[in-house]
Each structure stands twice: as C-alpha cells, then as structure tokens.
Design a protein around this ligand. Structure first.
Ligand code: ADP
Ligand code: MG
Length: 716
C-alpha cells in the first residue's frame, strides 16, 4: 500500500463540450429501437448503395456506431447481394474479426437481433468450432479462418460481400486477406459474380486503406461521442497495478456514478487485480462507510468462458458500480455501454519475434498513441467521461509511437508463407502487401519451412508442406502430429497438443491451493509436461469424462471439454485426409522422439556451469545459444535433466521454457541427421557423453549476426 498517491494533471487544452447534451440510460429500449438509435442506421441506404456500386468500400466509424452488428444485416436485408445470377447459388455475407471472442460474441448478438438460433441464418466459424449450416446467410469468423478458406477456394466463391472488420488492428491474417481479396475481386468483377469488399476501421487513417484499394470511396459514420477529459499522471508510476487499484478505489469512493474500464495486459494480471479489489471492498464494508455503492468486479479476456463474458453487457443495477478489468479486447472489438471512467496504464501484451530467442514470444510493451486515444474514447460513449492515464504527458508525446506496428512486420511468418504457397503464390517477395514484411523475415521463414521439409530447395511447396497446411496448427505442431504417425503415436500427440492448445486446465482456487497442488502432483510425469498432460487426459477418459473426477482432482471441466472438442476436430481432419491414427500404448520414447522430429529447433541443454541440484538450473537453447530457465510450473523444474525439448518460451522476469520434456540427444542424430552432428565427447557427472551440435545455424548465422546465405539467398 505504502506508496504516495498519484498526482493528476489535466491535459493541456482539454476538448470543450460543444453543447450540453442530456443523456439517459437506454436500458428500456426494445431491440428494434436500440438498433435504430445507432449512428449507422441514419446512413443505411447510403451504405448499401455505396457497397453495391463499388467493389471496395472503406468505412470509418467510432467504436459502437454499429458497423459490425448492423452492416451485415443491412446488406442481407437489401436482398441485392443474395445470390449470384449465374449459379443461382445462395451467397453469404462474410465478416472477419481479428479475435475469436469478438467473432462469437457479435454473431450471438446478431442472431438475437434477428430472432434466430446461432448456426441458422447467422453463424460463426473460429478455429476448431464451426457453427454454420446450409441456412447461413451472415457468417462471422476470425480472419485466420477466412485465410484458410482461401486455400481451398481462392475466389471465395461462397461469398457475395466480405467485410474485413477492425482493419486498423492490422493482424497478419487481415493484411494477407487485403492482398488475396484484391486478387479475388479482379477475377470476380462481372455483374453476375461480383465480389465486394468492405474494410472497416475505428481510426481515421483510412486514406491509406483507400489508396491501397484503388482509391475506393471512404464513408465516415459520424460518431456520437462525448468529450473525454484526459488526465496524465504527473510522475511515472512505479507499479501500475498498485496505481490502478488506487485509482479505482478513489473513483469509487469520490466520483459520481458511472462504470469503470481498466486496461490490463493479460489474464493473470486481471485475476490478481480482481482479488485485490475484492479485498479492498471487504475492508471498506467492514469500516461501514454508509454511502459506498457496491462494486461489481468483472474480468474480460479471451480465455474467459462466454457466459461470463456476456455479464459485462448486462446493465448495472442501481446503487452499484461496475468495474471491468479487460485486455485490449475492449479497445475496439467489444463495445460496453455505460463506461464513464477509463484507466489506462499504457501497456499491452503482444506477440513479437524475438531475435535473441529465434521465435515469437508474448511481450508486454507500451501501447501507441493511436491505441491510447482509442482507449480514452471508451469513456465518452454514454456521456462526458474521464480517462486516467497512468503515465506522464511527456511519455505520451515523446516515448510512445504514433501507430502500432503491423503484426506482419514484427512476427514470424512461417505459417503465412506456407499458406500463400499452398494458394499458389510462390514469390512471397512480390505479393502485394500494404506494408511488406522485411526481406530478412521472409527469408527466415523460408528457412524454417525448409527445415521442416515443407518446401524444397527451389522454395516450392512439397507434399509434406501440403499435408501440414491441412492441419490448422502452427507448422511445427502440424509436423509433429504427422511424424507421430511414423512413431506410432498420432493418437497420443493429438491429445497432447489439444491439451497444450487449451488454456487453464488446472484449477487452483485461492483457498485450496495446497490441496490442488497435491492432486496435480499425482499426474506429473518425471519425463515432462507433455506426458503429464497426456496422463491427465487419459485418466479423465477412464473416468468416463466424469465431472466429479474433475472436481476431485482440481481440473477445470470446461477446459477438458474444450480439449476434447479440439482433439475430436483434429481427429476428424486426420480421418478426412487419411492420415493414420496410431497408438504407442504407453511407449513414452515414441512420443518424445516424435516431439523431437517437429520441435528440433526447440532443444535446450543444461548449462555446464549450472549445478544439477536445487531449482532453477540454467539452460542454453541449441539454436540461438540464449540462456533460459525451465518454468517453475513444469514437472521438470526440480530435476534439471541434461537435454530438453520445449514448446514455447515465456518472457517474464526471465526467459522461461514452457511445456518441457526430457530427451536423449542421440535421438536427434537418428531422427533429424541433417541438422545435428556429434561434436566430440565430454565427461559429465563421471559419465562420458557425446556433445550434440546443431548444424542449422551454419546456414544463417555468422559473427556479424544474421546472414542468410544458405539455402535461401533470396535470389528471386
Ligand atoms: P461497432 O462495430 O461500430 O463498434 P457494434 O456493431 O459492435 O459497433 O455495436 C453496436 C451496439 O450494439 C453497441 O453500442 C452495443 O450497444 C450493442 N451491442 C453490441 N454487442 C452487444 C452484445 N453482445 N450485447 C449487448 N449489446 C451489444
Ligand atoms: Mg465492431
């Protein structure tokens, strides 16, 4: 608690309220009235006409103006886009979202507005879950799913209109779809089969989109926003979580009614803050301050179950104040009415390529000015609001970048390059990107794909590459799953990766952490986390998918059901593509060998200087020679084996390996002899051991750092 409290400074020249607008809560409007009160409604006919007259339309509008939920319905109701004259086929209106949560939540809302069941006229499709049918007219999906559809059908012939929503987010998939849809539109430009594309953005840099799409029209939906008073912290905050709690409590006890939205970086932070706020409220109640309202604390993040998420949309009861703790989902994808106060610490978690680790990792980074403005705008939807920025005006002006760097310029592109090659776009450097990725990062991905056997020395997709594309997981995982066939364990690997893909398997209620840990320890395999997860799943299957088994063992039933769904989806794909389903019946070597065959770039070796006893031995990755540690949650965190294969690296206070399994380094020579050699012998713990050295670094690294000499020189 101790820290001195934050001093607030008002932003210079705050926007003045233009006129005095009276506002009241729109809680008792009917669905129809609510739809008609949205700013897009006044422009309904104009929007339909513009989209009809042009192949490309850019639409700009404040968050909450009704773009996502209304436009698709307007186009559908107009009947102009219903079927292609040529084929008499019923065509759909498609709408992409960068986030799964947004796709499902918006689809549910629209189904409700139209009075239909989800999966009928309105459906959604996200990875491992398809809720569409023959009846579907409006389809919401993640941008990644539409990108996958383009592999099968580059003309996207099932759609009459495709809306690339939230384009300002600039996810890789949306950026790739820009190029793909531009091509598809050139092919589908006759009256009978015209494809139309709408690009929507919440921010005003629409000119760039318009010039990319052949100078297409830009329609701006006038916002109905109220002024937001922006407050900067006078001094930098040492610990923004502490400052957030302090600010929430100050607003709650001193300011007039109105809900609070706090932007945090991830689930863990959100849960911590929920707990702290609950404690504070309990204390306040004990002090019996009469006039304090109840504080309803609501978390929002993508792994949160959807029934919990819908609670944020429920109107706030009288004498209560909602505080919503959200990730940057709430920046633009989800609109929450009734927010009067925004607290913005100025950070977000994002996925970015880390050259030191040679892979993408999640990192907490400062947001851009554009994002900061988007965040403060959330306070002005229902009435004049206030935004507390937990950073100084100086860092806003001088230290934040103006715009967020598009994902395509900061992430590993292996998946994207492989997809484009599967679509038949071979020369990636010539693909029409809005902001092209660096040549270096394309070459890096080509190398990764080459090592996986997905492309050959001429950069052409191989049979293996085509098989990898059929499985909607990262190339390394897809490769491992397919290799599992050879090692007689594809069934086990499907389970393992379904479990790894599912968040929050373990349940650790605050009051019962010790009991929970004890139960969890019984599942731990001494060989590592992959086998631990397999163990949990198999015990659950033995129990007959029993809910009480989950309760007893502190395992989240909901997550297990999700893992089971993912597993079934992957298994269906295996059957569809006739990849054999094999089981090793408990032969753990087979499983670990299969892991090596896909994750051979993710091998780490215990550092020679590190002691073998105690916690926290340090490791060195074989590919980048970076110092890393096994995550404390791993079943290997205390045993410190010599060589391990890992799934990912988590970047927090240290670089931690997550999902780690022991391996015998000799396997590497057996399984991927192209990439490893024996490089002398060394005596370790009185035993002579061969030292394994990776060969792939020879291709792309020298003393000066990255140099991509072989096999891809980018001579194209
Ligand atoms: P935009 O895409 O322009 O940001 P939306 O179409 O998402 O706007 O939202 C329009 C309005 O619909 C919001 O202001 C909100 O009131 C309402 N709305 C959207 N989603 C939901 C939901 N899941 N539950 C209740 N209301 C919602
Ligand atoms: Mg929207």
């Amino acid at each position: 608690n101790g820290g001195s409290s934050i001093k607030w400074q008002q932003r210079h020249n705050p926007t003045k309220s233009k006129d005095s607008i009276t506002f009241g809560k729109r809680t008792n409007l009917t669905m129809k009235e609510q739809r008609e009160s949205l700013p897009v409604f006044a422009m309904r006919d104009q929007l339909i006409q513009t989209v009809y007259d042009n192949q490309f339309t850019v639409i700009v509008g404040e968050t909450g103006s009704g773009k996502t939920t209304q436009l698709t319905q307007y186009l559908n109701e107009s009947g102009l886009f219903y079927r292609s004259a040529k084929s008499e086929k019923h065509l759909m209106i498609g709408c992409t979202q960068p986030r799964r949560v947004a796709a499902t939540s918006v689809a549910k809302r629209v189904a409700e507005e139209m009075g239909v069941q989800i999966g009928e006229q309105v459906g959604y499709s996200i990875r491992f879950e398809d809720r569409t049918s023959e009846l579907t007219e409006i389809k919401y999906m993640t941008d990644g799913m539409l990108q996958r559809e383009a592999i099968r059908d580059p003309l996207l012939s099932e759609y009459s209109v495709i809306m690339l929503d939230e384009a300002h987010e600039r996810t890789i998939a949306t950026d790739v779809l820009f190029g793909l849809l531009k091509q598809a539109c050139r092919m589908r430009n006759t009256d009978e089969e015209r494809l139309r594309v709408i690009v929507t953005s919440a921010t005003l840099n629409a000119e760039k989109f318009s010039s990319y799409f052949d100078n297409c029209p830009v329609v701006t939906i006038p916002g109905r926003t109220f002024p937001v008073e922006v407050m900067f912290s006078e001094e930098p905050c040492m610990d923004y979580l502490v400052s957030c709690v302090e600010t929430v409590m100050k607003i709650h006890t001193e300011e007039k009614t109105g809900d609070i939205l706090v932007f945090l970086t991830g689930q863990e932070e959100i849960e911590t803050m929920c707990a702290v706020l609950e404690e504070k409220m309990e204390m306040l109640e004990k002090e019996k301050k009469e006039s304090t309202d109840k504080l309803i604390i609501l978390p929002v993040y993508s792994a949160l179950p959807s029934e919990m998420q819908s609670r944020i949309f429920e109107p706030t009861p009288p004498n209560c104040r909602k505080v919503i703790l959200a990730t940057n989902i709430a920046e633009t994808s989800l609109t929450i009415d009734g927010i009067f106060y925004v607290i913005d610490p100025g950070f977000a978690k994002l996925n970015a390529y880390d050259a030191k680790l040679g892979m993408d990792t999640l990192q907490v980074r400062p947001i851009s000015r554009a994002q900061a403005n988007q965040r403060s705008g959330r306070a002005g939807r229902t009435g004049p609001g206030r935004c507390y920025r937990l950073y100084t005006e100086f860092s806003y002006q001088k230290e934040m970048s103006a715009n967020t760097v598009p994902e395509i310029q900061r992430q590993n592109l292996s998946n994207t390059v492989l997809m484009l090659k599967a679509i038949g776009i071979n020369d990636i450097l010539k693909f029409e990107f809005m902001d092209p990725p660096s040549r270096e990062s394309i070459l890096l991905s080509l190398n990764d794909l080459y090592y996986l056997g997905a492309i050959d020395g001429n950069e052409t997709i191989t049979e293996v590459g085509k098989q990898l594309v059929n499985i909607p997981t990262e190339p390394q995982i897809s490769k491992t799953l397919l290799e599992g066939v050879k090692f007689n364990c594809s069934e086990e690997l499907l389970t393992i990766f379904a479990m790894i893909t599912t968040p929050n398997i373990y349940h650790r209620p605050k009051a019962q952490q010790e009991q929970a840990d004890k139960k969890h320890a019984r599942f731990k395999s001494p060989l590592g986390d992959h086998l631990t997860l397999l163990n949990i799943y198999e015990r659950w299957v033995e129990s007959g998918f029993d809910r009480y088994w989950c309760e007893e063992n502190y395992i989240q039933l909901r997550s297990m059901n999700q893992a089971r769904d993912i597993r079934n989806q992957l298994r269906l794909l295996f059957t569809k593509f006739k990849y054999p389903l094999t089981s090793c019946h408990g032969n753990t070597d087979s499983i670990r060998k299969a892991l090596c065959s896909g994750f051979f770039k993710n091998i780490a070796k215990r550092s020679p200087s590190s002691s073998s006893q105690g916690n926290g031995s340090s490791y060195e990755t074989l590919s980048e020679l970076t110092q890393v540690f096994i995550h404390p949650s791993s079943s290997l965190s205390r045993s410190s084996p010599q060589y391990v294969v890992y799934n990912t690296i988590l970047n927090t206070t240290k670089e931690y390996l997550v999902h780690v399994t022991t391996i015998d380094p000799k396997w590497l020579i057996e399984i991927v002899p192209e990439f490893f050699e024996i490089n002398g012998k060394r005596t370790i713990m009185r035993k002579e051991q061969e030292v394994i050295k990776p060969l792939f670094n020879r291709f792309n690294r020298d003393q000066e750092g990255w140099r991509l000499s072989r096999p891809f020189t980018g001579s194209t």
